[in-house]
Design a protein around this ligand. Structure first.
Ligand code: MF3
Ligand code: CO
Length: 253
């Protein structure tokens, strides 16, 4: 599939999808507390998404059974919310959400510390977020796609972290996953040239330990092989002829 270039009208719709998704994340962050089940997070997320007149894009995507991916501690991504998984003080919780607004998707993830967490956990969350911002320094028309990948990968590995290789960022638009795939590690080639109007979901997944991951028997939950902590940070962005626009993040953070 070729990489789609969005029209001004499509960009407006994706901007709105991103603005709504940011609000969903803010609601979830506000609600997150020890004692809450991961299913409660999902229920709240779905309610907020539908309240904005959107469809949760993850629900039933390839059979995924929920609206919000909730991945705790050594879980990297795609944790399935359940009633018996209770969040506790000291956990780090990755929340990944997607909305469809008038046929257009946005996709974003945040990792939150619940109460007081270890210094290592705090640092991991911070560096994972920084990886995203390091990557998008290169997200400009005329640069190449894997310039972003290399910047993310180098930033994390220089600091001793493991960079997940089995999952990537992606193009996004009328589908949650469009071309191209966007690795979070240095590639041997530069990849396609970036053009204004491309919309991309950039999503570093970073581990305190090794980069290797396993899939649990539920077929979804991805965990670090060494069971070290993992964090995830993702936004939907728009390539322009100048600085990229972060569609799922405006003033906050
Ligand atoms: N941000 C994740 C991704 O791009 C969301 C996956 S959702 C699921 O892969 F529906 F596949 F669970
Ligand atoms: Co994504």
């Amino acid at each position: 599939m070729p990489i789609t270039i969005k029209s001004a009208r499509e960009i407006d719709l994706m901007t709105e999808a991103g603005r709504i998704l940011e609000k969903v994340h803010l609601e979830l962050e506000k609600a997150l507390r020890p004692g809450m089940s991961t299913l409660e997070i999902d229920r709240l997320g779905e309610e907020v998404i539908r309240g904005y007149g959107c469809i949760p894009s993850f629900l039933n995507y390839n059979g995924y059974p929920a609206s919000i991916c909730v991945s705790v501690n050594e879980e990297v991504v795609h944790g399935i919310p359940t009633a018996d998984r209770i969040i506790k003080e000291g956990d780090i919780v990755s929340l990944d959400a997607g909305v469809i607004y008038k046929g257009y998707h946005s996709d974003a993830a945040r990792t939150h510390a619940v109460g007081k967490v270890s210094r290592e956990a705090e640092e991991l969350i911070k560096v994972t977020r920084e990886c995203f911002f390091e990557g998008i320094k290169y997200a400009k028309e005329g640069n190449h796609l894997f310039d972003i990948s290399g910047a993310i990968g180098r930033y994390a590995t220089e600091r001793g972290y493991g960079v997940v290789r089995d999952l990537c960022g992606h193009g996004i638009g009328t589908a949650l996953h469009e071309a191209p795939e966007i690795p979070n590690y240095e590639m041997n080639r530069r990849g396609v040239k970036l053009k204004a109007g491309m919309t991309l979901a950039i999503e570093p997944m970073i581990n305190i330990g090794g980069y290797e991951v396993d899939w649990l028997d539920d077929d979804w939950t991805v965990v670090t092989r060494d069971r070290s902590l993992s964090a995830h940070y993702e936004n939907t962005i728009l390539i322009t002829d100048g600085e990229p626009k972060i569609l799922s993040l405006t003033k906050t953070e």
